[in-house]
Design a binder for this molecule. Structure first.
Ligand code: SF4
Length: 439
């Protein structure tokens, strides 16, 4: 069935979304709510209910404080500077992030005293994003046959958020049959890194996301989907953008996400991914207890200079040398290397052997990721047989290595399949001569 697109512009406060359009039910009246797009061939099997509070965007005028831009200490100071007690800051923090409340407007701040609530209504803004669109795709069961059978029953929920300035970012929620549900968050609008295999890279860089805009992706994912798909347990910074180029906001957002009184994600389950910004990576490893993933994708500087231009600034030697050095003092910590396999570019058995040598002495796990081609891409997907052969060479040498499919459960691992570059795209780099016949 081809994709049908339905545009709705309806006055309502609650909308029930289920497996057929006839079961879309209106519950409360609310003016001027506009929903953009529903793909009828891709609606989820489960019923999802969400309130207009998540969909409506209130323009923030004047200089109101954005509460979700603040760490707990900053919130405490701000509350005190407005004449209220620190204990009230904790109650507010719990309304924003804790105990399944995830408040999106001042009316939802329950349990706060009247004066405190009036001050908040007058001086603060709670909401950082509004939902533009939700797309759901069921990827069905995918199998890797041969030596090991891997079966993924995957369903992916893609949320498009509108920012205050009208730009759009994407967040992906990926439930997994093991009970682990991951939210993949964006850290920038677009990306400046220009990785040649990445759709987001074609957008170029538009702007950094604020702390509140990053945190809100996790808050709203929990609010929208927790009841239906269970607790969201993991966060990966593998959506749009290079997280470490926006390190201040990313580290602050990660600290808010792991705060025990609030969202309380385990630091081990919050993973920040980088293309290899060495100074920021060093700082991250020193200051954050969250997990780190490095998008490696090549075993020679020649290939990496081409497919990941950041390598011209920080080459493989600098990147891996820094990791080797920094991880020496972090007991029990393992970096995750992501390796998107591109046919004829980085997937030879010689690449596998070089990869073993490159990561020697670095406590790590390696994800081999199947490339998911997108519009305008010049690369092709490595076939399953070759991925398994590549994996087996690494495993035989003692590497901890996993095969990941780019869609469904592990779609987030592809890093940067999101976004809408539009018509004016960042041009691709010239393909090195020796690859021109391969591609
Ligand atoms: S792969 Fe990641 S770092 Fe590279 S362009 Fe895409 S979003 Fe940016």
């Amino acid at each position: 069935m081809s994709a049908l697109v339905l545009r709705l512009s309806l006055p309502m406060a609650f909308l029930r979304w289920s497996s057929s359009i006839s079961s879309v039910a209106l519950v409360h009246a609310y003016p001027y709510l506009s929903l953009a797009r529903w793909r009828l061939d891709a609606v989820p099997r489960r019923t999802i209910t969400f309130s207009a509070c998540c969909l409506e965007f209130r323009n923030v005028t004047g200089s109101r404080a954005v509460l979700k831009d603040m760490s707990f200490t900053e919130l405490e100071q701000w509350v005190q500077s407005n004449g209220f007690r620190p204990t009230q800051a904790l109650m507010l923090w719990k309304c924003l992030y804790g105990c399944n409340s995830w408040a999106q407007c001042h009316d939802e701040l329950s349990g706060l005293n009247k004066d405190f609530k009036s001050m908040l209504t007058e001086k603060s803004n709670i909401k950082a994003l509004s939902v533009k669109d939700i797309l759901s795709a069921s990827d069905g069961t995918r199998k890797l046959e041969h030596a090991e059978q891997m079966s993924l029953q995957a369903e992916r929920l893609q949320i498009l958020f509108t920012l205050e300035d009208g730009l759009v970012i994407e967040t992906v929620v990926i439930p997994c049959s093991s009970g682990r549900t991951t939210v993949c968050v964006s850290s920038q609008v677009g990306c400046a890194m220009n990785c040649q295999f990445c759709y987001t890279g074609r957008m170029g860089f538009r702007r950094h996301l604020r702390t509140s805009e990053i945190v809100e992706q996790a808050v709203l994912s929990r609010r929208l989907f927790s009841r239906e798909i269970g607790s969201i347990t993991n966060v990966v910074f593998m959506g749009m953008g290079e997280p470490l180029q926006n390190i201040e906001n990313v580290m602050k957002a990660a600290a808010i996400m792991t705060d025990e009184q609030g969202l309380h994600f385990s630091p081990r389950k919050v993973t920040v991914s980088t293309s290899g910004l060495v100074p920021q990576l060093k700082r991250f490893l020193k200051e954050s207890s969250c997990a780190l993933a490095v998008s490696l994708n090549a075993t020679t500087d020649e290939v990496r200079n081409w497919i990941m231009p950041i390598n011209r600034k920080y080459n493989l030697n600098q990147l891996l040398g820094t990791l080797r050095e920094e991880l020496r003092s972090k007991r029990g910590y393992k970096v995750l290397f992501e390796y998107v396999m591109l046919e004829g570019v980085n997937d030879s058995m010689e690449d596998a052997r070089r990869l073993i040598r490159l990561v020697e002495g670095i406590p790590c796990k390696i994800n081999l990721i199947s490339f998911n081609p997108h519009c305008g891409s010049i690369f092709k997907t490595t076939n399953e047989d070759k991925m398994i052969e590549f994996r087996n060479i690494l495993a035989a040498s003692g590497c901890v290595v996993f095969l990941r499919q780019s869609r469904g459960d592990d779609q987030m691992a592809a890093c940067g399949q999101l976004g809408n570059p539009g018509e004016t795209q960042v041009p691709l780099l010239r393909t090195p001569l020796r690859f021109q016949t391969t591609l």
